[in-house]
Design a protein around this ligand. Structure first.
Ligand SMILES: *[C@@H]1O[C@H](CO)[C@@H](O)[C@H](O)[C@H]1NC(C)=O
Ligand SMILES: *[C@@H]1O[C@H](CO)[C@@H](O)[C@H](O)[C@H]1NC(C)=O
Ligand SMILES: *[C@@H]1O[C@H](CO)[C@@H](O)[C@H](O)[C@H]1NC(C)=O
Ligand SMILES: *[C@@H]1O[C@H](CO)[C@@H](O)[C@H](O)[C@H]1NC(C)=O
Ligand SMILES: *[C@@H]1O[C@H](CO)[C@@H](O)[C@H](O)[C@H]1NC(C)=O
Length: 206
């Protein structure tokens, strides 16, 4: 059996190896094309960077000519879609740009433990992709805006806005669109008034 196998290998050797080589080159160039983020995603992230008065050194890797999937704190899926922005405890100051809400494949945003101020952009809470927002331990203020009751169900599962300076009436209609909410921490803020009635029964999974 052995000599037969050997000669078969020798006979078939050339063709499979060269077609394998071509396939490999094609696969590699395909990966090079598809695994980098889009110009639009890059622009959204650079707008966020522009809104920071202290960027904790992010600008060193967040450079426009480079693939944003390689930037500090950014994770992409296999196809190069930005899925995570993880920038907890980076000493960030400034405001959160609403352009983060236009990252169409963003799943998780973690900006906890910074010194970010100003408001939480409605674009993030009402995003059609984000499942977790953690902006706890910052200096964010203002009110959480109500979402129109016509808002379709949002995928948000985790919302941690605790230990900030949010004030005003706690929203009531917003939660109608949050059927998937599993965890909400709004403690240690300055909200006034009462929780909406039936609050806890509005979320099947909370
Ligand atoms: C980044 O580069 C692109 C393409 O070269 C350019 O169109 C865009 O204006 C640049 N963005 C910034 C923020 O410099
Ligand atoms: C955000 O990051 C902090 C620090 O790594 C971590 O403790 C926290 O659990 C993260 N939040 C979420 C929702 O995963
Ligand atoms: C914020 O709350 C979420 C949900 O309870 C939790 O997973 C996360 O760890 C919290 N973040 C921090 C910084 O504790
Ligand atoms: C909510 O967040 C605060 C910190 O901001 C933490 O002390 C508290 O334990 C959290 N609550 C829950 C239920 O996780
Ligand atoms: C309440 O929030 C402030 C400001 O973020 C923070 O310094 C403090 O530790 C928080 N308190 C608790 C109990 O989490």
């Amino acid at each position: 059996m052995q000599p037969l196998q050997l000669s078969r290998m020798r006979y078939n050797g050339k063709l499979p190896i060269s077609s394998l080589g071509i396939a490999l080159v094609m696969l590699m160039s395909l990966a090079a094309i598809t695994s980098s983020c889009t110009e639009q995603e890059k622009a959204s992230l650079l707008k966020f960077l522009t809104g920071l008065s202290q960027d904790g050194g992010l600008a060193a890797s967040w450079r426009n000519g480079t693939d944003c999937c390689t930037w500090e704190g950014i994770t992409c899926s296999m196809d190069g879609t930005v899925t995570d922005v993880s920038l907890a405890s980076k000493g960030l100051q400034g405001y959160i740009s609403p352009t983060l809400g236009s990252l169409a494949g963003l799943l998780r945003l973690n900006l906890s433990n910074n010194m970010l101020s100003s408001g939480l952009p409605q674009e993030l809470v009402s995003s059609g992709s984000i499942i977790a927002i953690d902006i706890s331990f910052n200096r964010l203020d203002g009110e959480l805006h109500e979402m129109p009751s016509s808002t379709p169900v949002r995928p948000l599962k985790v919302l941690n806005i605790s230990s900030n300076l949010f004030a005003g009436q706690f929203p009531s209609s917003t939660w109608g669109a949050m059927k998937d909410l599993v965890a909400l921490n709004a403690s240690n803020n300055s909200f006034t008034g009462q929780l909406p009635t039936h609050f806890c029964t509005s979320f099947p999974s909370l």
